[in-house]
Design a protein around this ligand. Sequence first.
Ligand code: ADP
Length: 205
Amino acid sequence: MALRIGLTGGIGSGKTTVSDRFASLGVEVIDADVIAHEVTRSGEPVVEQIAAVFGDEVLDAGGALDRAALRRLVFADPGKRRRLEAMLHPVIRERMEERARKARAPYCILSIPLLVESRNAARVDRVLVVDAPDAMRRRWIKARSALSDEEIDGIMQAQATRDERLEAADDVIVNDGSIEELHARVDALHRRYLAIAESNTAAER
Ligand code: ADP
């Protein structure tokens, strides 16, 4: 079975850049955000369940979940949010699990933004945290989006703290230099993961 690496990090830390680099090295990346979109398409069973609870106004014209409408609906209502998550999260988890089971060895990446916040989001063998200084994250986020400082603060405060992430990490990629340096760090970890996967396989034989 493929070794499973859970990739996580705060908003703007460089997760996507890191997972794209792993993908370009031929590693299978299973992305929780992509899966979350897949399971909310029209015709998916959980979409019907969610519409049955929250009403048809959470569907868009094509019958898929209207994620923005849902976000507004649960935004200020923790009870509704929990109900929604209780329906959605197991489906996302199961779909990721299925992909990971099918993944070609030696290892795969499960990219899960909120892995530290919800440790049961997926079964992983190791946790890889992308860690970037707050000032850099803020600069990068602003360069790619129209978020204000206050909005960025709000998102950062709702996420795990740096210490909580580092506490959960088996491996850390520090993203505090150029993209080229970041790529080189990913490449080094890739060699390490191949070696770990290889020694696990040898032990299983
Ligand atoms: P995340 O997925 O964690 O939100 P991204 O990988 O999307 O983070 O990175 C956020 C933004 O910052 C992207 O536009 C990315 O190109 C940029 N970025 C990430 N790391 C660096 C870096 N070391 N130098 C310059 N820009 C970076």
